[in-house]
Write a protein that binds this ligand. Structure first.
Ligand SMILES: Nc1ncnc2c1ncn2[C@@H]1O[C@H](COP(=O)(O)OP(=O)(O)OP(=O)(O)O)[C@@H](O)[C@H]1O
Length: 286
């Protein structure tokens, strides 16, 4: 077993994927996207290229302890077109660039080069989605709802349903700092899906939920997809990706090595993490 294949999720516990419908128009177009992080003062030395860059010298000026900037190419030339009505799993081993790709597609990271076009503002739901730990669950629902564009009346009307979906019980009136990670992650999911977003991006949000919550959230994602939204889902759980997605992108070392039917890509990825094939064999699926 490897850390990249989650055997804890019993596929029998997940609802069956709905039959595929004809796809709608494009919702997200990613064109030759490159994202390179710049890490300041990561180490002394650096390559000749790094030492030569005037920009790098300029930003290090006056900081004698700072080594040259290290460039971390997290996404390298990824292109794909997502359509309304698709749910797309993003697979890849640790550090392969999944979260970076998702954050860039959500407009939270500027491309180093390349373009991202979206038909609506994507809703990014992640384990780090910003809720406020000192506020109660109830206040966080209100703040989150307002941030999503609901009016005060709609927010008030939605509080009981969100609290119920997140299974908060009496914790609704306690600060979020007292919540377990599972409870906090259920609340994030419930808030982010108060209204049906056109493009929903989920980064491992379901990983901490128990089997029954995963079932419930999988159904909600299915509803969003059926209402012709596009769902992106980054997860290490192959079972969840297979259950929830119609298509999968597999990235390794920042490059897209496979893009196709979820079962075919998941099989190729599974064989790769089990050490039976190399990543290049997945490229056939593209
Ligand atoms: N803020 C950052 N600054 C510098 N490098 C980063 C930053 N965030 C990610 N990286 C690097 O970019 C690469 C891709 O990271 P990313 O988090 O996108 O991968 P991932 O596939 O989502 O990983 P995981 O499965 O472990 O969550 C990694 O080498 C990582 O170390």
């Amino acid at each position: 077993m490897t850390e990249d294949t989650d055997y804890e999720v019993d596929p029998e516990n997940l609802p069956r994927r709905a039959p595929r419908k004809p796809l709608g128009p494009p919702s997200v177009v990613v064109d030759d996207l490159h994202i390179t992080y710049r890490v300041f003062g990561a180490r002394r030395g650096g390559t000749a290229q790094e030492r030569k860059s005037l920009w790098d010298k300029a930003v290090s000026l006056g900081r004698p302890d700072t080594g040259p900037i290290t460039h971390v190419p997290a996404v390298r030339g990824v292109s794909f077109v997502a359509h309304h009505g698709e749910s797309i799993g993003i697979l890849g081993t640790n550090g392969s660039g999944k979260s970076t790709l998702l954050r860039a597609a959500a407009g939270l990271l500027p491309p180093t080069s390349g373009r991202v076009y979206t038909s609506a503002e994507p809703e990014l739901l992640g384990v780090n989605a910003a809720l406020m730990p000192r506020l109660t669950g109830e206040r966080n629902i209100v703040v989150g709802g307002l941030a999503l564009g609901l009016n005060a009346k709609e927010v008030r009307e939605n509080v009981p349903a969100v609290a119920d979906f997140a299974e908060l019980g009496d914790f609704l009136y306690l600060p979020m700092s007292s919540y377990s990670s599972g409870m906090a992650s259920r609340l994030r999911f419930a808030i982010s899906t108060i209204r049906t977003p056109e493009i929903l991006m989920i980064d491992e949000a379901l990983a901490t939920g128990d089997a029954s919550f995963r079932k419930k959230s999988t159904r909600r994602i299915e509803e969003i997809r059926e209402q012709a939204g596009t769902v992106f889902f980054v997860s290490h759980s192959l079972a969840s990706v297979r259950a929830m997605c119609t298509r999968a992108l597999w990235i390794e070392k920042g490059k897209l090595v496979a893009d196709g039917d979820v079962d075919e890509v998941a099989d190729a990825y599974h064989a790769f993490v089990e050490g039976r094939t190399d990543a290049s064999s997945g490229a056939k699926l593209r």
